[in-house]
Design a protein around this ligand. Structure first.
Ligand code: ACO
Length: 462
């Protein structure tokens, strides 16, 4: 049973669609419309009649069986007790996928788990797949699909975000908008009664719009299956996981939150390592890495070059690189090329110090030369905001040079400064060039890319 319809449905029905602002059935309709979904949208509600949302009028069908057209996806937003009957009707209608928003199933305990199991049996009888229940919905930006009750304006990009936690998932959606992290998808998997993390990995493995996958996880039901799939997918695309419930008390909290058996944390750590999964300990770290891993190509070798206008941040970046085991390129004969872009008191030793005098021309020349040099495999461009060069201009220079070079090698940027520095960071991130406000974060993200790449190289022949 393909889950293509979960990401690229030709038509979507919202069962429990509502004309009343403040209701989840209203919010989902509104997001579908306002995010620009181009397929057909149908409203289903036992009350029938007509509703108007975001300036669009909808006839309301009393049952999905009354919809005069095929329905690929039915988003279910009715109270739990009505869900079994709605699913039966969806099956008769020939619906393909069912994101079930409703809570009140497996998370309540054994009785709820049984009902949930019956939902899955009914769905499978008709060849349907269930996402959830107990979820906030699904986003797939290439199809302009936002079938969630989260924020509307998700920034399109190459990271697929999968969350077991609902509230955190919604919050992270908002956060990615603020922090300019581009997303291909957001999938709330909730109780994972049918589709789970492994199914999502399998879909994103071949999804050309996704460059990396980030999962917030509290536990897996079928650990062996997950690790097998993760190992295979890691050979193609990086996977970052935030696995909560590390401490004993945290594991107990996870058990009562999503019913997950968190298991001994050391087992997860070992299993992730074996399957090439990068484990992040905080949300900040996970998204820092995700920016780099979803947007950049693999390096073709180990040599990293740091370009900076400030000795201080150059030294800090060098410390971070050493700690992370990155190899700073040190062929002085070749590094001499940077002498063309600095005053005599600059230093072309890596970290390359273009000096505080470095303006547009110096950065343009140095970035261009580093991108063109066959032995310089990855570049970190650092900038301390000075009056000599507006950081936003630096951002444009890096974008121009990187595009002109064909985006062939990894490049990360760190800009330390004030409001213009923040704007420059946003400009770069919007264009898919990972940029950070601190040098260590840029270097650690580059290091995460190398960790994944090195794992992949090592296991290629297994
Ligand atoms: N077919 C079609 N429509 C129906 C049916 C049916 N069989 N039964 C009821 N409806 C309609 C109702 O007429 C109602 O329409 P209205 O809004 O125009 O009045 C609509 O469906 C919703 O039914 P209500 O009884 O009003 O239920 P309500 O909207 O309050 O709640 C919901 C429904 C949202 C599914 C709720 O039961 C629920 O499960 N909430 C939790 C959702 C959630 O948090 N999910 C996890 C998300 S992640 C996180 O934690 C943030």
């Amino acid at each position: 049973m393909s889950i293509e319809a979960l990401f690229k449905p030709k038509s979507v029905a919202v069962v429990g669609a509502s004309g009343k602002p403040g209701k989840i059935g209203y919010a989902i309709m509104k997001n579908l419309i306002e995010y620009g979904y181009e397929g057909k949208i149908y409203a289903v509600n036992v009350k029938g009649g007509e509703i108007e949302i975001s300036g669009r009028k909808f006839q309301v069908y009393k049952s999905i069986l009354d919809v005069p057209d095929e329905v690929d996806m039915a988003v279910i937003v009715v109270p739990a007790k009505f869900v079994p009957q709605v699913i039966e009707e969806c099956g008769k209608k020939g619906v393909k996928v069912l994101p079930i928003i409703s809570s009140g199933f497996g998370e309540l305990g054994e009785e709820g788990k049984k009902v949930e199991q019956q939902l899955v049996e009914t769905a499978h009888k008709y060849g349907m797949r269930i996402l959830g229940p107990n979820i906030f919905g699904i986003v797939y930006t290439p199809a302009k699909l936002n079938a969630t009750f989260g924020p509307t304006d998700v920034m399109p990009g190459k990271l697929a975000l999968v969350s077991q936690s609902g509230a955190l998932g919604i919050a992270l959606m908002g956060w990615t908008i603020l922090e300019k992290v581009g997303l291909s998808a957001v999938v709330s998997i909730g109780n994972k009664s049918d589709l789970d993390d492994a199914d999502m990995l399998e879909y994103f493995e071949d999804d050309e719009n996704t460059g990396a996958i980030l999962i917030y996880m509290e536990g897996v039901k079928d650990g062996r299956k997950f690790m097998e799939v993760a190992k295979r997918v890691s050979m193609k695309k990086p996977i970052i996981i935030i696995k909560a419930g590390r401490s004993e008390r945290g594991a107990k909290a996870a058990a009562s939150h999503t019913g997950s058996l968190a298991g001994a944390d050391s087992i997860y750590t070992a299993a992730f390592k074996q399957s090439g999964v990068l484990r992040a300990l905080t949300i900040g770290e996970a998204f820092d890495w995700a920016r780099t891993l979803s947007n950049l190509p693999e390096p073709e070798g180990d040599n990293v070059v740091i370009l900076t206008n400030g000795g201080g941040i150059g030294v800090m970046a060098t410390d971070a690189a050493e700690e992370e085991g990155l190899k700073l390129y040190d062929n002085l004969e070749e590094l001499k090329v940077f002498a063309n872009h600095m005053p005599p008191f600059g230093s072309y030793k890596n970290p390359v110090d273009l000096t505080g005098m470095a303006g547009a021309e110096a950065y343009e020349g140095a970035v261009r030369d580093a991108l063109a040099h066959p032995e310089m495999h990855a570049i970190a461009v650092l900038y301390c905001q000075t009056a000599v060069l507006d950081p936003r201009d630096l951002a444009e220079i890096v974008i121009r040079e990187y595009e002109a070079s064909g985006r062939k090698k990894p490049i990360v940027v760190a800009i330390v400064g004030g409001i213009e520095a923040k704007e420059a960071i946003d400009i770069l991130n919007e264009r898919g060039i990972p940029a950070y406000p601190e040098p260590e974060r840029a270097i650690k993200s580059l290091s995460a890319l190398y960790r994944w790449y090195n794992w992949k190289m090592k296991h290629r022949k297994e």
